[in-house]
Unconditional design. Structure first.
Lengths: 158, 111
């Protein structure tokens, strides 16, 4: 990342499904310094969970591998990079289509990339067959202005 | 997950208590399918009251159970869905198949 950043974190996890919760909670804790709303934190957790799950199921196909997560804070933005050295994606545009999945037998909904795209401000997917996949997402955390917004966020879980 | 079955109404209840992701759905799927096959319910209710997180794995889980219950002639519904979970459900049109009940407790007098 070329932009000058204020803070950075790096996390390496094995491609085990019980690390999905660990990864999203860790990134959410790192994002907390931007003072996000509960909804923004929830969006980030969901997007990270989708990307990490993709690496486990599709990248490594449930075999053991390493998933790297880098996150950066700059301005009011968090940038999250999640990469694996798995089998890669043949056609990224097709993979990003809503409801598209290569593993319907696992009851995958095919909504992973759609959720990442909608819950974050930007999504970039880079992949080389046989080499791996890197997902880069950014979300700008809005500055809190009015009391009303604060109340709205408090009601998010209600 | 708490499981409750009301024989009189052929109503099967799953009160979910965990965060729902690819990891937790493996176990949930197995337990839910066992109960559905055992009771052949007319209605399956998923109570999301204690669920604060769900990703797209939850959509797959719900759609899968919907297909089975529907095939057996039953219905599926959700109650106590929080906004964070509803946001994920809203993404894919699943709520056209599986409805959210607001006044469920009054209707069935079980909550």
């Amino acid at each position: 990342m070329n932009i000058k950043y204020k803070n950075k974190m790096q996390l390496e996890i094995l491609s085990k499904s019980n690390n999905e919760a660990f990864a999203r909670i860790t990134v959410a804790a790192f994002a907390a310094q931007l003072d996000p709303t509960i909804e923004e934190i929830s969006d980030i957790k969901t997007a990270v969970s989708e990307a990490v799950t993709n690496s486990i199921i599709h990248g490594y196909e449930n075999k053991e591998g390493i998933i790297k997560i880098n996150a950066y804070i700059y301005d009011n933005t968090i940038r999250i990079e999640i990469s694996d050295q798995g089998k890669g994606i043949e056609d990224i545009e097709i993979a990003k289509q809503p409801l598209y999945t290569t593993k319907p037998e696992l009851e995958r909904s095919g909504m992973g990339f759609t959720i990442m795209e909608n819950f974050m401000d930007s999504l970039k997917v880079e992949s080389v067959l046989g080499m791996g996949t890197k997902v880069t997402m950014e979300k700008k955390i809005k500055e809190k202005t009015t009391k009303e917004e604060q109340i709205q966020e408090e009601n998010f879980y209600a | 997950m708490q499981i409750k079955y009301l024989e009189k109404d052929k109503l099967l209840f799953f009160s979910l208590e965990e965060e729902i992701d690819h990891h937790t759905t493996k176990d949930l799927r197995r337990k839910m399918d066992y109960e559905i096959e055992r009771h052949m319910p007319k209605k399956v209710i998923f109570d999301f009251n204690s669920v604060s997180f769900m990703d797209s794995a939850g959509i797959g889980l719900l759609l899968g159970r919907y297909k089975i219950v529907n095939m057996l002639g039953g219905e599926v519904a959700l109650i106590n869905v929080k906004k964070s979970v509803k946001k994920v459900l809203d993404m894919c049109g699943i709520l056209k198949l599986i409805h959210i009940y607001d006044d469920f407790g009054m209707k069935f007098n079980v909550c």
